[in-house]
Design a protein around this ligand. Structure first.
Ligand code: ATP
Ligand code: MG
Length: 386
């Protein structure tokens, strides 16, 4: 058996709601490790304990837990009874095969009824290791740190603290609908909402068969990759070509991009209602392209009834790219594609569209019918991990 203790931070501040978040986290950890054999997850004294079969490679376990939002950090632990000499002996045995030039012991008592203080435990275990190995203690820059946790019924110790992704467990903050293009930004935006505990439904607008299906394929891959972080996903594929053709046939060319966006927002909101999502999410960031000026954003938002969340609004491309690489979407996003927004785009799109002009242009369109037709043609796919 291998035991892992996972710890959370932000959830701990939740007061009376804490059990709700912890239950979610337990469920998500169970799901994330569901294919690793007989895995037991339970909440214990401000932590989570995962017990897994010994033969599962640590790499696999680590990768899984490192993608479960809500986990602040985690470690593989050894356990001993609540007895200081037993701890000293086990610690000495555990460090013997390791090579290190300096070390320290860091104790945390989650059960303060233990008769020895944290500092006393640090000193006693440190002395035992020093005597057995001759290695010196270095409190500032130790090569090896032995983390000791005194629990109510036993003592656990470990040599590593792996970082978790932090945030809140997916499913604890409600549902949102993310507009997922094949680009770099929107997958990162979706991921940021997952990290805040939202379940993210993806919606992708495509112009198939006016264009090929490369963006559809890419978006599927992105949805699959992002599902590692939320374990279950739905992708809505919305036919957008007819809307674009109608706009191109009737509206002034410089307004096309803003009109496309207003229609995306309307259709996405109608889908959000059906999926019980409470907000839209986009990958926009101020000033990045013509449609993302403040003027245009406000004209686009005017078509929305509910909130449009833009988690990347203050980030620059470089920062977004770093995140995209970290979460594993960058390589997919940079594959070549034919995005529907490139279809019939004028050479000089308006950077500050006037609401009155946009509304004028929309008067020539049967907005409701276009929205209804797009929704009727929407297809849904589901993804699961593992
Ligand atoms: P991204 O890298 O996310 O594609 P971008 O820098 O290309 O963003 P835009 O093309 O202006 O910027 O798109 C802004 C946002 O609008 C995207 O982040 C996405 O949320 C949404 N969006 C754009 N095109 C589509 C699409 N075809 N399907 C779904 N959402 C889209
Ligand atoms: Mg794009």
């Amino acid at each position: 058996m291998t035991e892992v203790l996972a710890r959370y931070h932000e959830i701990a501040l939740k007061g009376g709601n804490r059990p709700f978040f912890v239950d979610r986290l337990v469920q998500n950890l169970r799901r994330a490790c569901a294919d690793l054999g007989d895995v037991h997850v339970r909440a214990i004294q401000g932590r989570l304990s995962l017990v897994l079969p010994e033969d599962v490679p640590w790499e696999r376990v680590r990768e899984r837990i490192a993608s479960v939002f809500g986990v602040a950090n985690f470690s593989r632990v050894h356990e001993v009874p609540r007895d200081l000499p037993a701890l000293e002996q086990a610690a000495v045995e555990a460090v013997r095969p390791l090579s290190f030039a300096s070390f320290r012991v860091t104790t945390k008592r989650s059960d303060k009824s233990f008769p020895r203080s944290s500092v006393e435990i640090d000193r006693a275990v440190g002395a035992a290791i020093h005597v057995a190995t001759g290695v010196r203690v270095d409190l500032e820059r130790p090569e090896l740190t032995l983390f000791v946790e005194v629990l109510r019924d036993r003592i656990c110790f470990s040599f590593e603290k792996e970082p978790g992704p932090g945030g809140f467990p997916v499913g604890s903050s409600g549902r949102v609908l993310a507009l997922l293009s094949g680009g770099i930004d929107s997958p990162v935006a979706a991921w940021r909402l997952m990290k805040r505990g939202c379940t993210v439904v993806f919606a992708h607008f495509h112009a198939f068969p006016l264009q090929d299906h490369t963006t559809i394929d890419k978006t599927r891959e992105l949805a699959r990759r992002l599902t590692r972080w939320q374990l279950r996903s739905r992708l809505l594929l919305v036919p957008f070509g007819p809307v674009q053709q109608t706009i191109v046939a009737t509206a002034p060319a410089p307004l096309r991009v803003v009109l496309y966006r207003r229609f995306m927002v309307r259709i996405a909101e109608a889908l959000a209602v059906r999926k019980k999502a409470k907000a839209l999410v986009t990958g926009e960031s101020v000033g990045q392209v013509a449609s993302q000026t403040l003027d245009n954003m406000s004209v686009i938002d005017e078509a929305a009834r509910g909130p449009v969340l833009r988690p990347l609004v203050g980030m620059d491309k470089e920062e977004i790219t770093v995140q995209a690489r970290r979460i594993g979407t960058f390589e997919i996003s940079t594959l070549p594609d034919q995005d529907c927004c490139q279809l019939f785009v004028p050479r000089h799109p308006a950077t500050s569209a006037k609401l009155a002009e946009v509304r004028d242009a929309e008067r020539a369109l049967d907005v409701d019918a276009l929205v209804r037709a797009a929704i009727a043609g929407t297809e849904e796919e589901t993804f699961r991990f593992p």
